[in-house]
Design a protein around this ligand. Sequence first.
Ligand code: HEC
Length: 206
Amino acid sequence: MDSFEWNKIFGGVLAGLVAVLGVSIISDMTYTRHVPEKPGYEVAGAEEAPAEGAPAAEAEKPAAFYLASADVAKGEAVFKKCAACHNALPGGTNGTGPNLHGVVGGPMAAKAGFSYSEALGGMKGKNWDWDNLWGWLKSPKAFAAGNKMSFAGINKPEDRAAVIAWLNSQSASPLPLPAAPAEEAPTVAEAEAAPTAETADAAPAK
Ligand code: HEC
């Protein structure tokens, strides 16, 4: 074979390689790679596992926890959400919703001249204590299914506490805000235990 023959052979091999490369490029462009959205294996409970810790950490504390440190000034701002339907003025009129003066600690569904839904009217006789107001403003629907307050509820517990505290401050005789729940007790105990421990340490030195 002379060099001309070799050239033809090399040329052929090269052309073949180019052709293969071309086909692979075109097929790559044509068929997009399918990456599964979920991994092919599924471990039962795997999705719940990480979720378990997170919501627990964010779980809402009892109403008193937030009420004890409620921001009354912020509550006045939060009340703007309510003002389309309510006022809290002494002797104020009923609007879409009843007047809310003195509502904190007061009787439920008791404002004269307001026609309550059966859902809320049915609770007449109970009081708007901290916990009832807390539940109502968290989710009116969950508290009294079928009520006619077109309001989804206040999501942030701090805002809920603030508006309740502000409503309370508007009352003729505001109630003392609830004390922070006993949860803090261990911290106090720890703090008190610390000096005791020091004293104990110091004792043998005598
Ligand atoms: C779209 C109008 C509307 C908005 C906004 C609204 N409410 Fe109401 N609210 C009502 C109506 C209507 C009722 C009576 C519900 C019923 O009879 O079922 C009511 C009832 C109440 C009651 C019970 C009063 C009673 O006499 O027993 C309270 C407390 C209350 N609302 C607080 C609030 C607060 C606080 C906000 C804002 C965070 C708010 N509402 C936002 C319409 C509204």
